[in-house]
Design a protein around this ligand. Structure first.
Ligand code: FES
Length: 368
């Protein structure tokens, strides 16, 4: 008979997971809806995961001989640190999600880079009333934040407003219903685009009347919003027209899974250029300290592109300053950085830059 071995749960005695030095083993695959699955991973070295609710990680996969990276929000909560769960939706042209849905099996191992991102209740000083708004698979950071608040019994009044295409597309419905039944400080509301025969709730595009009906005190809440672009534009418009204090509004500024840059993520993908008047363009040297390579880089070209032009492969995913995958320590020099939320302030203070959106203003030395 196999003997059960219970691991040491004193986290201080465990190793912290630090990216691709420790592969991830898929330990559970669960159907969430007809086209959404949750994949749970643990570290092969039994390390624990340190992250904030709402952050994401970048998977590094070899699919049919091609190396690809995709960034996914972690849907699980850091209060359950021995595993991470990625919940994603199969998409017509989703190379990675389709591969995960069709080919990834329990017991398989994959690599992932670091964890990053700055969309998190744990980074802000939110009001004690919080509204989580999500559309479609934008629900994943909200699930992480809701699970975190509930596990820690935080003294917050939480409303979870989720919009799905139809009742068959409601992700984690039972879990959210459970919280509504058992937690006095939690309410969930679902809206479906299409009201099918077994849907009794609200349907259609979110509008002001619906928001007032479901969340009468929304103006008093800290609001976190994630979903497809039209969903977020609409939500923002409703809030602005109600004089909502937008400093209490936070959104995940891109749909990670459908990011154009990620779809076109060939290693030598041509990335956007930084506009600098021609007379102000200067040429600088970027030194990679580990190999001693010195790379020329114009002040109108991102450091990532300049490195790639030399045929050197370095990690990146969104190429828009959003995901944090290209984070690198700058040992010397200065850059102009167009980060779009992919770098924590604390990392910036420690000297990290995002190479995909950093443009040299002096010679630069990188810890690469
Ligand atoms: S690749 Fe995503 S922030 Fe640079």
């Amino acid at each position: 008979m196999n003997e059960l071995v219970f691991p040491n749960i004193n986290i201080e005695n465990l190793t912290k997971w630090e990216g691709d030095f420790s592969p991830l083993e898929c330990i559970e695959i669960k159907d969430e809806t007809h086209n959404v699955k949750s994949f749970t991973f643990k570290s092969k070295l039994d390390a624990w995961f340190q992250f904030l609710p709402g952050q994401h990680t970048t998977l590094f996969l070899n699919i049919n001989g091609s190396e690809v990276m995709r960034t996914y929000t972690i849907a699980s909560s850091p209060t359950r640190p021995n595993t991470i769960t990625i919940t994603n939706k199969r998409m017509n042209d989703g190379v990675v999600t389709n591969w995960m849905h069709e080919s990834l099996k329990v017991g398989d191992c994959i690599d992932a880079l670091d964890i990053g991102g700055s969309f998190s209740v744990a980074l802000d000083k939110p009001r004690t009333k919080i509204l989580l708004m999500s559309g479609g698979s934008g629900i994943t950071p909200m699930l992480s934040m809701a699970r975190y608040c509930i596990d820690l019994s935080l003294n917050v009044d939480l409303i979870f407003l989720h919009h799905a295409q139809s009742s068959k597309d409601l992700i984690a419905k039972d879990e959210l219903e459970y919280y509504q039944l058992h937690k006095s400080n939690f309410q969930r509301h679902f809206i479906c685009d299409v009201a099918d025969s077994d849907w009794q709730g609200l349907s259609g595009f979110l509008n002001h009347e619906m928001l007032i009906e479901l969340v009468p005190d929304f103006v008093d809440r800290e609001i976190y919003c994630c979903g497809p672009e039209p969903y977020m534009i609409n939500a923002k418009k409703i809030l602005e027209s109600n004089d909502f204090d937008m400093s209490s509004y936070h959104q995940e500024s891109f749909d990670i899974e459908s990011s154009t840059a990620q779809k076109n993520m060939a290693i030598n993908h041509e990335l956007p250029k930084h506009e600098v008047p021609p007379e102000e363009i200067n040429e600088y040297n970027v030194t990679l300290s580990k190999s001693g390579k010195v790379i020329p880089c114009g002040s109108n070209t991102s450091i990532l592109v300049s490195i790639q032009k030399q045929g050197i492969t370095v990690p990146f995913a969104c190429a828009q300053g959003l995901c944090g995958t290209c984070r690198t320590k700058m040992l010397q020099g200065t850059v102009e950085m167009d980060a779009q939320g992919g770098l924590l302030k604390s990392h910036e203070k420690e000297g990290y830059i995002l190479t995909c959106c950093s443009y040299p203003t002096t010679d630069v030395i990188l810890e690469l």
